[in-house]
Structures are given as C-alpha cells and as structure tokens.
Design a protein around this ligand. Sequence first.
Ligand SMILES: [Zn+2]
Length: 431
Amino acid sequence: MKKITVSLFLIFLLSTVSYADKVKYVFLFIGDGMSASSEVALSLFLYGKTKQLFWNGFPVQTYMTTWSRTAYVGNYDKDNFNEKNGYDTETAGTVPYPYYRTDQAEEYFRKSGATDSAAAATAMATGVKVYNGSVCYDKETEKNIPNIVDKINKKKEYSVALITTDNFYSATPAGFSSHNVNRRDYKKIASEILLQTKPEIIVGRNKYEEINTLARLNGYYYLEPSDITEPQVFSLTDKKIFLNLKKYYVPQPVEDFSTDSFKYGDYKFSDIVLFATKTLLQKNKPFFALVEVCDIDKANHKHVYTKMLGGMYELNETVKSIYDLINSKSTDMTFDNTLIIVTADHSTGMLRFREKLRKGELPFTFTTKSKKTTVVTNRDISYKTDWHTNELVGCYCVGARSDILKKYINKENIMDNTSIYKILNEALFSN
Ligand SMILES: [Zn+2]
C-alpha cells in the first residue's frame, strides 16, 4: 500500500514538473476544410470503420467551433456575445455528422454562414474573431491584430516554420504571419512574410518568380524538393530556408479491397515536413511549426472524393511521421517537451454517405455526357454544398502540456477556435 502511495506521488510530481515546463517544440497541424466526414472517409477507406486515424488515438480530443464574425447571427460584441449565435448546439448538435444527423441540423448547416480560412486562421493565431476575408486585421477599428508569431518574434526564444501544401501566402499561413484587410493581396502578404516576419523555414507553393528573387535577396536559401539531399539537414543550420513546393500532387487512392493503397507523385509531403523538422532541430533552438494540408478543402469544394482522400492520407501520414520521429528518440524531441495539435480551420462540402463504404472501396460514380455538359453522379455519397459549413471540426492533442486544452473545453465537450491561440500562448510563454 505504501509503495503504491509513493509511486502515485512520484507520478503526480513528474506530471506537475512536465506541466510546469515550457514546451520546447510545438506542431500545429491544420487540415484545411477537414470535416468530420472527411476524417470518416479516410478511416473507412483504410480500416473499414470510423475513428481509426492516427490522431484518433491521442489522449486529448474535442470538437471545435469555427464561426467567424461573418457567420455570427446578429450584432457581435466581443465583450458580450452569445456562443449560440455563432454555433447553435440546440439545433446543430454537440457532435458533427455522421455521429449526429437530424433534418433540423442539416437545414441549419445548409443555411447558416461559415468562416473562411482567413478568419479561421486569424482566430487561431490571435484569439480574435474577425470578418471573413481579412488576416489578422480588424475591419471595424482598421487596425492590425498581433498574432502568436509576432509575439514569438518579439521574445526571440523560438524559431518559426510555416509549412503548407498551398501557396505560402495563402490564407492559413498568412493568418500566422501577416496582417492584411484582404487575404488576396498575395504579393503584399508574401513581402510581409519575407521581409518582416521572416520565419526560419518557409515551405509552400509560389506562383510568382519575383517572389523567389525577393526570398533570395532577403537571405533565404532557395530550394526545390528535387534539390533536397539528406546532408543538407546539417549544412543549412545557419541559413533561413525557402522551399518552393514545385510539382506537388496529393497521392491518389487506388481501389483495393485487400490493402490500403495510395499512388504518390514525385515526392511525399511527409518527407518534406520531416526534412524541415530535422533541419530546424539542427539549429538548436525551440520552434513553433505550422503545418497545413490545403488540398482537403480544395477537393471538398469541387466534390472530388479521391483528391480529398489523398489530402487526408497525406495529413495522416505527416502527423504519424512526426510522432514516429519523437518516438524514435533519435532527436531531443520527447513527449515531455513536444506538443502536437491536429485540427481543421472549418468543414467544407457537407459530404454525406448514402452507403457505408468498405475498406479499400471508393464511391461508385457514373458520368452522363451530353453535347454541352458532363454530369458526374455519385451513387454512395453526396455533397450538399460547394462551400464551407459551420459544422464542428475535430481537435486532437498529444504531448507536453496537452492538458492545457482541457481548460478550454466546455461542458458540451466543445472548444472554440480562439482557444487555440490561448493554448499556444500558454505553451510557448508561461513558466
Ligand atoms: Zn475553402
């Protein structure tokens, strides 16, 4: 009995110590447009049942509201607002489809407004709800809103990595690294990132040749995936890196009932993220890494199920590869000094299942062609919108101080996306 008491006391002490420590490495993974049904789709394809994705095993899990000021019903007052006007649990439920489905909820999601990626990234990076279309900018006061990376840069204790499969100046990374009334002011956002925010590592696509030049002129070492060699992890320690994600394609699912099967393009995003992480670790400085897979959103907008599965698979594999790297003990990352959060900025597409798909099964589609149009009809699934919805998204957490999350989860097991800012703030800056 005494022995048990002593070891319980030790466990208590250890957990208090790790909780009190600052987190050395923080990964925030964002599946752009990743609805609960996108997660279910990949889980069914890989395992034939739901909730089998890598992060489904994480110790802290919740659902998250994503509404922006544009989606809020009535006048929004930041000091006195009603959460139900942002997301109405009574009508829409406390868990998302496919775990909850009523006609009333379906109607709510078809009609209610929803955030865009800019307002969602701003909420997560600043803790402030803004109107759709702006990044870290308040249209009412016409002022920039400081974000978590501004704070990191002021204190200089952490490096920052912006990693995305999208253009590096697109809404999600922009929300963590720039301020602009208009998310489409791409060149200005890119300039702010390269000239002022200056993350240690930037990985993403880029459509403008002059931006490559701007990066080089401002001290960035320019790389493309085909240039990467393993020794560079050690040789680039004193350089800022700009990795232009040229010729990136999400892997394609192959219908195969015996095993999960994806066909990759030239390279895997997970390998790129591993390269970026190992390079960051060689710099011997704590870091915050934002890692986004944008293709889930793009595919859900266009109702391309296979591309959505590819994006989901890439995210799942990327999270797994970082988790495995921590577990391998080949670096100084441990689950006592590294925090991993996986979430989405919003849902897209309102994917609904007519049939439960089996392991390795893709939905059956048929194409009707007339002279003027081509119509693709899905037999097993349907999409109710081609835009974003106000549906709850998943949020999963493991590692150092993952308990912080629990403080922000309400009685209905829901957290708001502005809490991501508060969690990052606490993990990175409180002693
Ligand atoms: Zn979108």
